[in-house]
Design a protein around this ligand. Structure first.
Ligand code: NDP
Length: 267
């Protein structure tokens, strides 16, 4: 198995070649209606990634006083803009704007985040993990998957995609008793941890020694260092690191969706 870092480098080179073949720069628009520190950092990263593969990113930063109707009108305009291959509306949104309305307003063919129920694209984090496993010839069928966390952006779509891969899927959440969770962990071949608590899965758990673990969590520890939801070096066959793991795959998934959008539905 290649490391995630190596894998991402190779995939970005592939995407750059696909863009050269396309003969024009795919365009992604990023609509931001916040001035959130984390969002600013993520957006910077996304723009850098997009430019690295030879595509173009346009940031439309709106004041946080933008009304829901104004934002929906901008989304509608972007849906119709032939110069834009795909776009994302950076979350979180201000409280006066319905996230659900916004997600469903994005044209499914341009919905690079995969948030619209009819989206032509898969949600970035789960899709990043799936694509990595697919490209490493992981055999999903018939194996046990455990997804810890049931958020709309990670846990739920992840569980759905793994079911579509013919895995037997268990979804654990905050109401799952811990002794049950330990039982599921012990029996899982593939574990996706998306809880948002540092060291949530630690060495007190028992694992299959051929288990694969993807640690989605991004937390700050007491020294303000970035850590995942899992203790490091669990006794398994593969554990994605934090940082440098699922975060990189998530960023890559957005690029894959952009190139696909421009190849399939672009000008
Ligand atoms: P949410 O806070 O939306 O969801 C957390 C989930 O964890 C909930 O479903 C919750 O259950 C569950 N949970 C909480 N406590 C327990 C427990 N004791 N046992 C089992 N399950 C529990 O988080 P997200 O899915 O949005 O994100 C999860 C983490 O992943 C965060 O650290 C986030 O920053 C990170 N993240 C990283 C990304 C990346 O690119 N690497 C992308 C997206 C997120 P319940 O539903 O019952 O409340």
């Amino acid at each position: 198995m290649t490391t995630i870092k190596e894998y991402v480098t190779i995939k970005k080179e592939e995407l750059a070649k696909r863009i050269l073949k396309l003969g024009r720069k795919p365009v992604i628009k990023i609509i931001q209606v916040n001035d959130d520190y984390a969002s600013n950092t993520y957006i910077k990263g996304k723009i850098k990634d997009v430019e690295e593969i030879g595509a173009l990113a346009i940031l439309e930063k709106l004041p946080i006083t933008t009304s829901e109707d104004e934002l929906l009108a901008i989304i509608e305009k972007t849906n119709l803009d032939k110069e834009v291959d795909g776009f994302i509306v950076q979350l979180p949104l201000p409280k006066h704007i319905s996230e659900e309305k916004v997600k469903q307003a994005v044209d499914p063919k341009k919905d690079l985040d995969g948030f619209n129920v009819l989206s032509k694209f898969k949600s970035a984090t789960p899709n990043g993990i799936l694509t990595f496993l697919d490209d490493n010839n992981y055999k999903f069928e018939g194996k046990n998957a455990l997804v810890i966390g049931r958020s709309n952006i990670v846990g739920k779509p992840m569980a759905k995609y793994l079911l579509e891969k013919n895995m037997t899927v268990t979804v654990a959440h905050s109401k799952t008793p811990n002794d049950e969770l330990r039982f599921f962990v012990k029996n899982a071949d593939l574990i996706i941890v998306a809880v948002g608590k540092a060291n949530f899965v630690d060495k007190t758990y028992e694992f299959k020694n051929n288990a694969y673990i993807f640690d989605v969590g991004i937390n700050r520890n007491e020294n303000n260092k970035l850590v995942g939801d899992c203790e490091k070096d669990l006794p398994v066959a593969f554990q994605s690191p934090v940082p440098g793991g699922v975060g990189l795959l998530t960023r890559l998934a957005l690029l894959i969706n952009l190139v696909e959008a421009s190849e399939k539905y672009g000008l």
